[in-house]
Design a protein. Sequence first.
Length: 603
Amino acid sequence: MASVPLFPGLSLPEVPGLGGKGAKAASPAGRQAERGFGAPPPPARRANLRAETLRMARMRVILIAFVFALATAVLVLRVGMLGLFESDGAQASTGSLLVPDRGEITDRKGIPLARDFKSYALWFNPKAMEGGEPLTRPASEIAHDLVQIFPDMDEADLTQRLASGKGQYLRRRILPEQANRVHAIGEPALNPPAEPSRYYPEGTLAAHVLGYVGADGNGHVGMEQVFNNQLSDPATRGAPVTLSIDARVQAAMEDELYRVMGLSQAKGAGGIVMDVRTGEVLALASLPSFDPNHIDEKGMELMFNRVTNQVYELGSTFKPLAVATALDAGTITNLARTWPTGKPLKVGRFLIRDSHKMDDRMNVAEILMHSSNIGTAQIADEIGSKRMKEKMELLGFNERPYIELPARGFPIWRSGEWPRLTTMTVSYGHGIAVTPLHLASAYAAMVNGGIWRPATLKKLAPGEAPQGRRVFKEATSARMRQLLRLVVRDGTGRKADAPGFRLGGKTGSAEKPGAGGYRRTALITTFASAFPMDDPRYVVITMMDEPQGTPATSYQRTAAWNSAVAVGRIVPRIGPMLGVYPDDNKEIDLSDIKPLIKEEGSH
């Protein structure tokens, strides 16, 4: 068969060394023909095919982009339509899913302390069946079925409540599986509705700060009451209320207070940690506490706040305040000066005594170290009633403490001109009764450079701290930091000394008043402190109500053996949490005071 040329008129060059057949096979056309492929298109056609393919690819890309753009436009338009025309309906149907019925309360780090969630309740609705009997079966049978689900409920009481025909809650909070079992009873009158419920994830932690939400849906006692409107307002409840409380610090304080409270068999305890620069309260504990998740009769009895609402004579913790007042007034200019302290001080028909025999004469540092009532009373007498009272007023001791909580105790405060004896007894914490919160604010002012600021439970942003008011001179504050450190290093507060934290403070033990006078067997013990004394950051106050002498406290009841011990355990736990780390190479300079001390004292 004669071969037909693929491209008429086109001659192929011969390849040297190959015949015609070899030349054909060596060409691309020949190879394609041998393999059964058709002849390749001419170059012009190949170019056209490539251009057409590119054009179709571009068209597909444009088409896909157009479809995506159209879908996006439809979606945006739909969202806009929902926002303009269906906002009310959307909020009604989904608002409860997006915004809680009551806002969240968190600590300063964002840890939830109070939040809402949906829970079931057991409601008895006697009108569930129109025109019929309240129950389809005898009340006793239904009560029996309910007790199988809730074994802690009283069957006789349930029977009586069901038979009364009165609509009521049979139980305020039940689990979902319990709600399902209630449904399975098949009684229309038993209705387990899903209701908003307040939950406190940390249980009793900071209960006196938080308060609780009652059956009426309103906050009571603590910050739940203070921020009730904000927490329940739909416009604001989506944003949490952030407190100054640090849950870690709060937990450490409560733990150590409970521990020492048990060791000393005290009937109660209290404590506070405050930032001396801002007035922010990082921990506030009143023990024993209550569980805001389960408010019962016992819980109601424990809601009284010992730190902000109860006033006490806080004893010798007032002595540094009296000394600071004397330094400010200029009645003490030489720390080496001494006062007679060897025998009781007679004032009119009264005698001021010390708890134990002191040296015949002591200077300021020794008076504070050994906690002499006699020496402090003489220092106050030189200050005078007018100046002493004015300083106490600047410290806020004549009015309720400044803090957001609704429960704030009014001090026992003598109005008018103070007689000489009042001035002298106030100097060592008798004849005046204030809250531990009062004392915390006063100590913050005494060590922070002399500025008093109100306490707050709101977290403050940088620069938001109130300006406050000057109470002590800066030089007085610096001197008091030395003296308070000395009390802990060598005086009555040695059991509070936390190595590396340069703690300073003062013990106070005061008899509680009772019918016919003071009760010698009932003490309020307090330790007021701050750390670190070379650059004060935090005040720590602890208090024990009627501690007993036990083997764990060497049978001693005074503050040195309980409240001071608590501070000595609290500070090493909370210091690193607050960015204050122990450093044995740092210490406040006591070189100008140490030579004045004849010998180390104990109390």
